[in-house]
Design a protein around this ligand. Structure first.
Ligand code: 13P
Length: 257
């Protein structure tokens, strides 16, 4: 069975003290469960302190971006070695907010993915279409280009360590969630693109998360879908209760299977 990953993307919310508090609560509440991984992605500023809080717990550490260069004159940027040193396992790249506001492109996502993999960490590669693209019949072309762009030149062995997060842009922070069927149909398509690139084994083994207004009330339905292997959660990840309720929905599903 594929690994289910429930990841909280805290975005530009929670300062250091609040991040430490939230991480401590989540670490205390999330028990280790075979087949379910729980991940949090605080602000860079809190990475070191959150790493300390998570030590010995079942919760893994992520950051929300990284630069692809090793070091040098890149004001404002953080390298893979810097985050690796702190015990980070996952790096979110290609988020639609990065694409929309900060010039993230498939080419940059690809360079970041290669660097993250070379450092022994795992990229969570975000893809997703806007409402105009979906309504304009471009859904498959957009997602296919994002996946192919992100994985260009990446070996099958490295690809098998990657996670994809399908996040329809129109569902992020809007309260409008994709229906279970819409999300499943799209994620099955995404898995098909991965199959085309790397074959059955890599495609079947890859964790593909859903993101976009995932909440305790809709998580069970989404997670029950064959091609939805977890969630990348924004708003509902900022409170221990709602985040843990989503983790619990994943645990229940895995234990029922
Ligand atoms: P929301 O859960 O707030 O819609 O955010 C989703 C997201 O963008 C996670 O990366």
């Amino acid at each position: 069975m594929r690994k289910i990953i429930i990841a909280g993307n805290w975005k530009m919310n929670k300062g250091v003290a609040d991040s430490v508090k939230l991480a401590s609560e989540i670490a205390a509440a999330a028990k280790p469960v075979e087949g379910v991984e729980v991940v949090v992605a605080p602000t860079y500023l809190a990475t070191a302190k959150v790493a300390d809080v998570l030590k010995g717990s079942a919760v893994k550490l992520a950051v929300q971006d990284v630069h692809w260069e090793d070091q040098g004159a890149y004001t404002g940027k953080v390298s893979v070695d810097m985050v690796k040193e702190l015990g980070v396992e996952y790096v979110i790249i290609g988020h639609s907010e990065q694409r929309q506001y900060f010039g993230e492109t498939d080419e940059k996502v690809n360079k970041k993915a290669a660097k993250i993999l070379a450092a022994g960490m795992k990229p969570i590669i975000c893809i997703g279409e806007t409402l105009d693209q979906r309504n304009g019949g471009q859904l498959e072309a957009v997602l296919s280009a994002q996946v192919k762009g992100a994985f260009a030149g990446i070996s099958a062995e490295d690809a098998s360590k990657c996670v994809i997060a399908y996040e329809p842009v129109w569902a992020i922070g809007t309260g409008v969630v994709a229906t279970d069927e819409q999300a499943e149909e799209t994620q099955a398509f995404v898995r098909g693109v991965v199959r085309g690139l790397y074959g059955d084994a890599v495609a079947e083994g890859m964790t593909i998360q859903y993101g976009g207004s995932m909440k305790p009330g809709n998580a069970a339905g989404l997670l029950a879908q064959k091609d939805i292997d977890g969630g990348l959660i924004g708003g509902a990840a900022l409170k221990t209760d709602s985040f843990i309720a989503i983790v619990d929905a994943a645990v229940k599903m895995v234990q029922k299977a």
